[in-house]
Design a protein around this ligand. Structure first.
Ligand SMILES: Cc1ncc(COP(=O)(O)O)c(C=O)c1O
Length: 357
């Protein structure tokens, strides 16, 4: 017999930390999203509205569960899903809205709740990048109907691979548990379609240890980010994410937009910082999900297109998301960055911008 105690203990402590009744561990954030989408019980033609400025797993999980992703624009000042634009895209087929707390900043979920008057539409949080973030003291993961976290090796909890689903809905949690384990309701009794998406016991043990230290990690990330902010926030050609009162950002990374410079100069700026600090700043996803070859050619590349009518993603155009993705630069917040280095990186970036204008 396996001793599953560490897994259930990790789920229990995680649920307590987030402030929800149920947490279901899974083998990755992607697995958590696929399981959640499957548990929504999508029917042919059902759509999921989401942001195109995210890791592809967010919308691919809807595809895996038979859903049709529909993309809404982001806000230019938070880089997260725009509730107003999202609300305009709701139809009778909309089953769920998946917002992403991008880089650790909670998306405007309360405004979205106000606008979504149809109670049947579920609000899903892709909280892969946002463990520990909150709005008015309520943590992400407890704000929507269901949420998913990632424990990929760059995230706040780093297990190599791993993830967690959180919800207050008992039936939904039970459904997720079954899907996670080949649809079994009891040993070798398979009631529904499922997969092996279980979190290994060894990972749960490491997860427990990291969870117990998570607040220290987030406080350190916030301190590093405050240094970046101090140096960069009043600079004309730099836009930082807007953080409303009551919001706690958990800074998976510290993103900014380099505005006003011609686009081709932004890569040169990254090289400028690399040469002087030894740090290679990253440029984010570089393209939106609907700009990925798979989405542009979905009719040809995905068997489900024979049965479902997908939007023409190649003609999709969301101006804010396209603007943000083209100008993003990410600064590191992980524990390899000291406060002195954060100061040096941001001052060097500033110098680089001054020299290029
Ligand atoms: C926003 C977002 N969604 C989903 C995922 C998928 O998580 P994982 O890599 O654990 O499968 C990630 C992380 O990689 C992510 O950043």
């Amino acid at each position: 017999m396996q001793n599953n105690y560490p897994v259930s203990q990790f789920e229990k402590e995680f649920a307590r930390y987030i402030g929800v009744r149920y947490a279901v561990s899974v083998s990755s954030g992607t697995a958590g999203l696929v399981v959640s989408m499957m548990a929504l019980g999508l029917e042919p033609g059902d759509t999921i509205i989401t942001t195109p400025l995210t890791f592809i797993a967010t919308s691919n999980s809807a595809l895996c569960a038979g859903g049709i992703p529909v993309f809404a624009d982001v806000q230019r000042d938070t880089f997260c899903l725009d509730p107003e634009d999202t609300a305009k895209r709701i139809t009778n087929n909309t089953k769920a809205i998946v917002g992403v707390h991008l880089y650790g900043l909670p998306f405007a979920i309360e405004r979205l709740r106000d606008l979504v008057t149809n109670g049947r539409i579920r609000i899903v949080e892709d909280a892969s990048q946002a463990l520990g973030a909150s709005i008015n003291g309520r943590k992400v993961g407890a704000l929507g109907d269901v949420a998913v976290f990632s424990f990929y090796e760059t995230k706040h909890i780093r297990l190599g691979e791993g993830g967690m689903i959180t919800t207050n809905d008992k039936e939904f949690a039970e459904h997720c548990k079954m899907i996670r384990s080949h649809g079994q309701s009891s040993k070798y009794y398979h009631k529904i379609l499922g997969y092996n998406f279980r979190l290994p016991i060894s990972s749960a043990l490491i997860g427990l240890e990291q969870l117990r230290k998570i607040e220290e990690d987030i406080k350190r990330r916030v301190r590093i980010s405050e240094i970046y902010m101090e140096n960069l926030q009043r600079v004309d050609s730099i836009r930082l994410q807007r953080i409303d009162a009551g919001v706690r950002h958990s800074y998976y990374l510290f993103p900014l937009l380099v505005e006003k410079l011609p686009l081709r100069k932004i890569d040169a700026l990254v090289n400028y910082v690399l040469r002087r600090t030894g740090r290679k700043l990253t440029r984010g996803y570089r393209r939106l999900v609907y700009q990925q070859p798979f989405y542009r050619n979905i009719e040809r590349l995905f068997w489900a297109a024979k049965f479902l009518k997908f939007p023409d993603y190649s003609s999709c155009s969301l101006p804010n998301a396209e603007y943000v993705v083209s100008r993003l630069v990410e600064l590191p917040t992980d524990d390899s960055v000291s406060e002195e280095e954060a100061d040096n990186i941001s001052r060097t970036l500033l110098r680089g911008i001054k020299e290029s204008t």
